[in-house]
Write a protein that binds this ligand. Structure first.
Ligand code: SAM
Length: 297
């Protein structure tokens, strides 16, 4: 495997003590980490499980899962790692003949490992093909998405998923010019179309928009939110960390509906955010919002 990293792949897990406190781990319980990444949160969950405990770890990214497998090799609990998407939770539990789990964690978005990877196109600061797929076996890259979409469709992606006010102008310039194949091509279009002030934020918003679109992040989250409650035991806990207002809104509304139907007790009236200290030591935690609940029926 060639990870093409400049240094050891890494990601600092966000709000670990809050995650553990809200999951309230039972040592012999079964836990589902739907976005296991490099296993940062999972390591802490596993350190609270005994030999009867079990953990199912899911990620769409095969490279991340390989590193995760190595990172978790010394834990005695039973660990099952699968490359798939978290909205398939019911099918996974059916296949494993597990009626329900004691806890679910989703830590949405992308990891520092992915952002810092060369040749995957997640970062506007790295050169390479404009890919951004979490799962590289999936056929469509961001470059393909741009080619297959109309100016109007591109403008909506950039506006809705990036909250970028120059969306229309950027979309028009993208479609007017040469085929966009690389990170540099997209960066150049944005540079030509937008004012220089705070330009790095504009790059970040547009790149985020295309990542969300190509990975169908919001649709997958919606499907998961419609299904997860039956996958939890009564008394089982869910924790979701989101990094984008649209994701947080989906989680908030889904929890509210489940609470109105007496299925979920919401443990976070308002979303929790990282402490000042955590934001200082891990800049990438800044936009995190954590919501949690417990199945009650
Ligand atoms: C913020 S990282 C998780 C980091 C992890 N909690 C840790 O501490 O190492 C988000 C991960 O979710 C994965 N991911 C995103 N959408 C997914 C989906 N629909 N299903 C499964 N994994 C997904 C990404 O590939 C990425 O590895």
């Amino acid at each position: 495997m060639n990870l093409k990293q400049d240094s050891e792949p890494q990601h600092i897990p966000v709000m670990v003590s809050e995650v553990l406190s809200y999951l309230n781990i039972c040592p012999d319980g079964i836990y589902f980490d739907g976005t296991i990444g490099l296993g940062g949160h999972t390591k802490h969950i596993l350190s609270r499980l005994n030999q009867k405990g079990k953990l199912i770890g899911i990620d769409r990214d095969g490279e991340a899962l390989e590193i995760c497998r190595t990172n978790l090799q010394n834990f005695p609990s039973s660990i099952l790692l699968l490359q798939t998407s978290f909205e398939t939770i019911s099918d996974i539990l059916n296949q494993q003949k597990i009626p329900a789990v004691n806890g679910i964690l989703l830590d949405l978005g992308l990891s520092s490992f992915q952002l810092d990877s060369n040749n995957r196109g997640f970062s506007f600061a790295k050169s390479g093909p404009l890919d951004m797929r979490f799962d590289s076996s999936y056929s469509k890259t961001v470059s393909d998405l741009i080619q297959d979409s109309s100016t109007e469709e591109l403008a909506l992606i950039i506006r809705d998923f990036g909250e970028e006010r120059h969306a229309k102008r950027i979309a028009k310039t993208i479609k007017k010019g040469e085929t966009i194949r690389t990170v540099e091509d997209l960066v150049e279009v944005i540079r030509r179309t937008t004012p220089p002030a705070h330009r790095n934020r504009t790059f970040a918003r547009v790149f985020q928009a295309f990542r969300i679109a190509v990975n169908q992040e919001l649709d997958r989250l919606k499907t998961f939110l419609n299904n997860f409650i039956d996958c939890l035991t009564v008394g089982g806990r869910i924790v979701i960390i989101s990094y984008h207002s649209l994701e947080d809104r989906l989680v908030k509304h889904a929890f509210k509906n489940l609470s109105l139907n007496n299925r979920l007790s919401i443990h976070t009236k308002k979303p929790l955010t990282p402490s000042e200290h955590e934001c200082f030591v891990n800049r990438r935690s800044k936009s995190a919002k954590l919501r949690s609940g417990e199945r009650i029926s």
